[in-house]
Design a binder for this molecule. Structure first.
Ligand SMILES: CC(C)(COP(=O)(O)OP(=O)(O)OC[C@H]1O[C@@H](n2cnc3c(N)ncnc32)[C@H](O)[C@@H]1O)[C@@H](O)C(=O)NCCC(=O)NCCS
Ligand SMILES: Nc1ncnc2c1ncn2[C@@H]1O[C@H](COP(=O)(O)OP(=O)(O)OP(=O)(O)O)[C@@H](O)[C@H]1O
Length: 232
């Protein structure tokens, strides 16, 4: 199975690209969705985060007030690192289980959309790594427009991640998303044909089909040996 890494900076266009993958029939594991489940009221992650940050981060419904928690952690490195430490085990487990589910369903190619792919060193499990890149100016503009953030809050969120130019230098494939959505679609079509190429043998053996081929060969081998022993 080919596990494609998709990352970039906040508001660089990862979700826009991952929606294009989904529309093309490629399964996507979205770390942000997994992270949202981790903070669902009553979950293990929710209990740990509330214990650490207090009830002040909760809405009357006792669901996490996400913008408020975001304001707290993106304006303090130590508090963001505390949140990351508390949530990382749940997020990694959730991503692994989602990948396993896709493997069990027989998917040959999946995309894992992880904003912090390089920061949490998960790029070693993915190949190729696709980075959606934009200039800092475009990133701030789109982030402020999308989330209604002040420039200061937008910068805090950008600064909480590895510099996007550094991520671009680590990429196998770069999508330059500074242009229009049409420009993005044109680049996406080229990336799609690249990740749809035939699996390598390593990727095949890591797929469900490959695992069953190995299992079938072993069973046949054992059966043949037994037959030979009986005959001799
Ligand atoms: C702080 C939270 C509650 C703010 O929620 P909010 O709905 O405002 O933002 P959302 O979850 O949509 O994240 C938006 C973007 O912020 C960036 N981001 C999120 N968490 C982090 C983080 N810990 N460090 C750096 N960037 C982050 C990502 O680019 C993400 O795509 C939320 O971001 C969160 O739970 N973060 C910790 C979990 C995490 O690390 N998620 C990233 C998964 S790799
Ligand atoms: N080529 C583009 N032209 C104009 N707007 C764009 C383009 N690509 C994305 N956008 C817009 O920019 C914003 C950020 O895009 P998107 O949400 O896909 O980024 P993201 O990387 O998933 O962000 P996050 O890290 O918060 O998940 C969205 O409002 C999206 O509609």
């Amino acid at each position: 199975m080919r596990i494609v890494g998709l990352t970039g900076g906040i508001a660089s266009g990862k979700s826009t690209v991952s929606n294009l993958f989904k529309a093309s029939g490629i399964p996507v594991v979205d770390a942000d969705v997994v992270a949202r489940d981790v903070l669902k009221k009553g979950s293990g992650g929710w209990k740990k985060v509330v214990a650490a940050f207090g009830d002040e981060i909760l809405l009357p419904s006792r669901e996490v007030d996400r913008p408020k928690l975001g304001q707290i952690v993106f304006s303090s490195d130590s508090k963001r690192q505390l949140l990351n430490k508390l949530m990382a085990p749940y997020i990694s487990t959730g991503i692994f289980l989602e990948i396993l589910r896709q493997w069990a369903s027989g998917a040959k190619v999946i995309v894992v959309d992880i904003p912090l792919l390089f920061e949490v060193k998960m790029d070693k499990w993915t190949k190729p790594v696709v980075v959606v890149w934009v200039s800092e100016e475009t990133q701030l503009k789109r982030l402020m427009e999308r989330d209604g953030l002040s420039e200061e809050d937008a910068r805090n969120r950008v600064m909480a991640q590895m510099p996007l130019d550094l991520k671009r230098s680590k990429a196998d494939i770069v999508i330059d998303n500074n242009g229009s959505l049409d420009d993005l679609h044109q680049q996406f079509d080229k990336v799609l044909s690249e990740i749809r190429r035939s699996l390598t043998w390593t990727e095949f053996w890591r797929s469900r089909q490959g695992a069953f081929s190995v299992l079938g060969s072993v069973i046949l081998g054992v059966f043949a040996c037994k037959q030979l022993n009986i005959g001799s």
